[in-house]
Write a protein that binds this ligand. Structure first.
Ligand code: PEP
Ligand code: MG
Length: 893
């Protein structure tokens, strides 16, 4: 006959097929010598037999009797014994965890006789009657199929008579009466409650087997694609009771502190209590460490078992235990949940203790946990309290992680003044941001916008600055006139405090305390990152526009600058008028004068970035955005001109505004994103490319002469046709040669292009002939591949698409492998076919997203480039990608 019953002492962790997950776990703990309450597991094969034939396999009842006798001997109690009755539980447990989907029956063994015996002996009459009413209730519902409401109604009626109205307010006397009423329900239903404990047991086992085919369980398996023919095991186990007096109790212990990762037992213990009393939170539990003095023997034993379990599972354990009459029992162990800080500390220390390998340590820390450690974060308890107080005002897109709290300011000039001069912590709130607002953003603690998506101006700039940012909070209405915004019924005025969580997209009224991050002092994180660096193949570069960003990027471990958006330098307040003069120049001479003024400024900026990066590569991208972005808004000018005309106040200003209006009108485009931008600008506006290239090479030559070794890589944006590249390359070669001759030094440089238009990806072989490197601009490539505007698609329909499941994720946040990814793959293959040593990276926002980084690894890019604050995250994500590859293919799409 097949073996259908295994004592816990006969199994082990590998027997999940036969014993189910829970049974295998209990067997493993028993095997390694932990004090697990005795029991046995009836196999999944028995369940399958039962499902097919509607009865137990022949001989099973007798085998159960033999196993039960052994359990009784170990427990020193007997099922149904009127003096020392054994109570047992029957729990389901399949190979794969199906939490709450199948049935469990507790307190088996109670009947009218044993209740009386236990109530007399234990000195805890109330508990015993409560256990009996629970058994009647559970057995009725699960085994006898009695409508649960029948029992609940009785219980509710009794609770209503008490002062507190809770379960715990019921007295032993009340519970006795409830038991009588429950029995009457069985009678009225024409069903019996078996007083024979062995019948209780057999029927409970059958009910557990039946629950494998219950609707809940079948639906769950369909959803999770778990086969229906596995069956569940049934675990029959002696119950241990923590509420038998002051030398009993129950608790939970972690092998290390789950909040900090400190290596010391952490947890709670409640004397004379069952597990649910701890959860109910009525009495204050003791700290587990306090058991050291109060129950030194139990503490020592617990400590020993905890260490044994951690060593055995090589993982922080969360252990449930019970003390019954001075004897310690371990009920369950599992991997403990932990904070980001603890995750990093535990992983590093376990590797140092040789419990796990360094690779395993890296694998155990999620990129999202690294982000949390790098950003200021809210005190979680305070945030939870704010939620409970109804202070959650809105939810938007989590554009840039971290927590910020401060007063609301709408005007960027005011933000600059308050933030910079008066050091007031503030949150800038706008409908959306534009380059005109950057000076205010620089001095804010966080940004909130009602419109915009993951690659909107606010998102990109905030990520670059490491500023927490929530965008596209469409439920708020910003009223600049009134200097307020509304969120439902609430109105928040200028000067009032709000708090934003850029990690979750939440916006709260009032202040929530934040905790600062300190990268250089996160010792364990630095260690973990150094291990990740040895594992990964992808390099991690950073997007940095200013020398200060480059310095920060290097601190975070960047191995190069993958994108320096030179136009961001133009937006600095004192430079904008010069840029505007360049754009609006009526003659070539005027334009040249403006360009000549810009040259030394750009040269200074480039020099700063090169200096910060030493001999690491720096990709400098030539001017990209449509020119109208550098000019005042058409609508604003129109309003101003109309007002000036009506009032007749300032004719000089009116003339100036009208001149601007005319120029701006002439530059207006129906689709500016598809218009005169990117390399088209350099081609159409004489002198701009030459000035920028000259600034790059003059800066590099100067440093070269000073004995340094800069590595500029000049990048042309938005190329769609190889001829565009040819034209621009011609200019670059000429100017570079000229500058190097003038300066009398040579600089090692590269010339390359962004791939951000589908046509460029499709013709990558032609393009690679004129480019030494490609960098995927996946913001524009996503925009142009989907045909979705990166500026407002999220607010208009994209978020709704994601909510309705039309798209799985926002493609501006997580790279679309099938579409955009296919173009990238093609560009890599064709580009490398034409130029085998082509250097290829990515500088779109996806370069900082862990899932997208994994894809970049798969298609063999050399590097990912992301905002400085994401560099550590990318280092971990890149290591994960390499480890995943090493572990073997599991499908990528
Ligand atoms: C891109 O398009 O992905 C990119 C990096 O360029 P930008 O965001 O500046 O258009
Ligand atoms: Mg772009």
């Amino acid at each position: 006959m097949a073996k259908y019953v295994y004592l816990f002492s006969e199994g082990n962790a590998k027997m999940r097929d036969v014993l189910g997950g829970k049974g295998a776990g209990l067997a493993e703990m028993t095997r390694i010598g932990l004090p697990v309450p005795p029991g046995f597991t009836i196999t999944t094969a028995a369940c399958n037999y039962f499902s097919a034939k509607g009865r137990f396999p022949p001989g099973l009842k007798a085998t159960i009797a033999t196993a039960l006798a052994k359990v009784e001997r170990k427990a020193g109690r007997k099922l149904g014994d009127p003096k020392r009755p054994l109570l047992i539980s029957v729990r389901s447990g399949a190979k794969f965890s199906m939490p709450g989907m199948m049935d469990t029956v507790l307190n088996i063994g109670l009947n009218d006789r044993t209740v009386a015996a236990l109530a007399a002996g234990a000195g805890n009459e109330r508990f015993v009657w409560d256990a009996y009413r629970r058994l009647l209730q559970m057995f009725g519902r699960i085994v006898r199929d009695i409508e649960p409401r029948r029992f609940e109604a009785i219980l509710d009626a009794w609770k209503a008579k008490t002062a507190g109205g809770k379960d715990t307010d019921l007295t032993a006397g009340d519970l006795r009466m409830i038991v009588d009423e429950f029995k009457a329900v069985y009678k009225a239903e024409g069903k019996d409650f078996p007083q024979d404990p062995r019948r209780q047991l057999d029927e409970a086992i059958m009910a557990v087997f039946q629950s494998w085919n219950g609707k809940r369980a079948v639906d769950y398996r369909n959803f999770h694609k778990i086969p229906h023919d596995l069956g569940t095991a049934a675990n029959v186990q002696a119950m241990v009771l923590g509420n038998l007096g002051e030398d009993s109790g129950t608790g939970v212990v972690f092998t290390r502190d789950p909040a900090t990762g400190e290596r010391s037992l952490y947890g709670e213990y409640l004397a004379n209590a069952q597990g649910e009393d701890v959860v109910a939170g009525i009495r204050t539990p003791l700290k587990v460490v306090d058991l050291k003095d109060r129950m030194p023997r139990i503490y020592r034993e617990l400590d020993r078992h905890a260490m044994r379990l951690e060593k055995h599972y090589r993982e922080l354990q969360d252990i449930e235990f019970t003390v019954e009459g001075g004897k310690l029992w371990v009920l369950q162990t599992r991997a403990g949940k932990r904070t980001a800080k603890a995750a990093v500390k535990v992983a590093v220390e376990m590797a140092n203790e040789r419990l796990i390998t360094r690779e395993e340590a890296v694998r155990r820390v999620e990129p999202a946990q690294v982000i949390q450690l790098l950003m200021p974060r809210f005190d979680e308890r305070a945030k939870e309290a704010a939620r409970k107080e109804g202070r959650l005002l809105a939810r938007g897109l989590n554009a840039s992680p971290g927590a910020a709290t401060g007063i609301v300011v709408f005007d960027p000039d005011e933000a600059e003044r308050l933030g910079r001069d008066e050091k007031v912590p503030l949150i800038m709130v706008r409908t959306e941001t534009s380059p005109d607002d950057v000076h205010g953003m620089l001095h804010s603690k966080g940004i909130l916008t009602s419109h915009g998506g993951a690659t909107s101006h606010a998102s990109v700039v905030a990520r670059g600055l490491g500023l927490p940012c929530v965008v596209g909070a469409e439920s708020i209405r910003v009223d600049y006139e009134d200097e307020s915004f509304s969120a439902g019924e609430t109105i928040v005025r200028k000067g009032e405090a709000i708090s934003i969580d850029g990690t979750t997209g939440e916006v709260f009224a009032g202040r929530i305390p934040t905790m600062a991050a300190d990268f250089q002092n996160e010792r364990e994180l630095l260690t973990l990152l150094s291990w990740a660096d040895k594992i990964r193949r992808l390099e991690v570069w950073a997007n940095a526009d200013y020398p200060r960003d480059a310095v920060r990027a290097r601190e975070f471990g960047a191995q190069g600058i993958g994108l320096c958006r030179t136009e961001h330098m133009f937006f600095e307040q004192e430079r904008l008028p010069i840029v505007q003069r360049m754009i609006l120049a009526a003659t070539e001479a005027e334009r040249k004068a403006a360009l000549d003024e810009l040259l030394p400024i750009q040269r200074g900026d480039f020099k700063g970035v090169f200096e910060a990066m030493g001999s690491l590569p720096v990709v400098i991208r030539l001017i990209d955005p449509p020119l109208h972005e550098f000019l005042p808004k058409y609508e604003d000018l129109l309003v101003e001109a109309t007002e000036l005309r009506l009032t007749g106040k300032d004719p000089a200003r009116l003339a100036e505004v009208e001149r601007l209006l005319k120029a701006v009108a002439s530059m207006r485009e129906a689709n500016p994103m598809l218009g005169l931008r990117g390399c088209r600008l350099g081609i159409m506006i004489p002198g701009v490319t030459e000035m920028q290239v000259r600034a790059v090479f003059e800066a590099a030559c100067e440093l070269r002469k000073a004995g340094q070794d800069p590595h500029p890589e000049v990048m042309i944006p938005l190329v769609g046709h190889v001829n565009e590249l040819k034209v621009e390359r011609g200019k670059l070669e000429r100017v570079a040669k000229q500058v190097m001759e003038e300066q009398g030094v040579k600089v090692d440089y590269k010339f390359g292009t962004m791939i951000e238009i589908p046509r460029a990806a499709l013709t990558a072989d032609e393009i690679a002939k004129y480019a030494e490197f490609f960098s995927f601009g996946t913001n524009d490539l996503t925009q142009t591949t989907f045909g979705y505007s990166r500026d407002d698609a999220e607010g208009k329909f994209l978020m709704a698409y994601v909510q309705r499941g039309i798209l799985p994720v926002n493609p501006f946040q997580v790279l679309d492998r099938r579409g955009v990814g296919q173009l990238m793959r093609m560009a890599v293959e064709r580009g490398r076919a034409a130029r085998p040593d082509l250097e290829i990276g990515i500088c779109g926002e996806h370069g900082g997203d862990p899932e997208s980084i994994a894809f970049c690894h798969e298609i063999g890019l050399k590097y990912v480039s992301c905002s400085p604050f994401r560099v550590p995250v990318a280092r971990i994500a890149a290591a994960h990608a390499a480890l995943k590859e090493k572990a073997g293919p599991k499908g990528t799409d």
